[in-house]
Ligand binder design. Structure first.
Ligand code: SF4
Length: 246
């Protein structure tokens, strides 16, 4: 089973900058029967990017598709046979490194495309190393809602904290710890992002997915996509409304 995928529109933007992002999409929340998002909120669960793009295209009368089934299979492999999962992941990463070299691109990896697992905690097949330590020469990055992950010593793993409905205290904690904070704004792509939010400069995170290149100390603004466009839970923020109300 191939674990990593590539090729969504944001990744194509990154290729123009010389990077090839490979993403691991697991089944989010508890869709596989296993929880992969320990800090998910009601709003993010229902607006999750899991059903963005082809992952959300279902034949009439059906509630699943081959993409969703594959994500569930990968997640079940992670929980049922971790050695096999990491064996496959290592193969995929090695292949991606070679493939990118042929294309003249730098491979980068996002293992929580649609999950929020603390991969730093998983020591691989008796090596005493996690996946980041096994590939110290390559860059990994993710978004997370888990505050306090022990990753400061992992130079090749970059985390951006994710704001959601009801995690304001963790957002403040993340800012205090120096994280950039990804925030989904409920505005059209034709509208400019707000210049500041929560007292911080907003950086347009939709220009590419290469979060490890972002300036430090910013809000990473993202336009609402898919189901998030209709969110009323507080997951999506509406800066214009807030400014008017202030
Ligand atoms: S934590 Fe992320 S991946 Fe999990 S349900 Fe929420 S938005 Fe989706």
């Amino acid at each position: 089973m191939k674990l990593l995928s590539t090729g969504n529109p944001k990744i194509l933007k990154g290729m123009k900058q010389g990077y090839n992002t490979y993403i691991l999409h697991l089944a989010p929340a508890n869709l596989s029967g296993h929880e992969t998002c320990p800090k998910r909120t009601a709003g993010c669960t229902s607006a999750c990017l899991n059903t963005a793009g082809r992952g959300g295209m279902f034949k009439k009368g059906e509630t699943t598709n081959t993409i969703q089934k594959a994500r569930i299979r990968k997640t079940q492999l992670f929980f049922s046979n971790r050695d096999e999962f990491f064996h496959q992941l290592i193969n995929d990463i090695e292949l991606a490194i070679k493939q990118s070299a042929r294309l003249g691109l730098t491979p980068v990896f996002r293992l929580n495309g649609t999950s929020d697992l603390s991969f730093e905690k998983y020591s691989i097949m008796g090596t005493g190393k996690n996946i980041f330590q096994l590939f110290p020469q390559v860059q990994f990055y993710d978004y997370t809602k888990i505050l306090g992950r022990k990753v400061a010593h992992i130079d090749n793993y970059h985390l951006t904290f994710s704001a959601a409905d009801g995690n304001d205290a963790d957002v403040l904690g993340a800012i205090a710890q120096g994280y950039n904070v990804a925030t989904v704004f409920g505005m059209k792509k034709t509208q400019p992002m707000p210049e500041t939010y929560n007292g911080r400069t907003v950086f347009n995170g939709d220009e590419s997915d290469l979060r490890f290149l972002d300036p430090k100390g910013v809000i990473v603004g993202l336009y609402a996509k898919g189901k998030a466009k209709k969110d009323t839970s507080g997951f999506v923020k509406y800066p214009t409304v807030m400014m008017m109300a202030a």
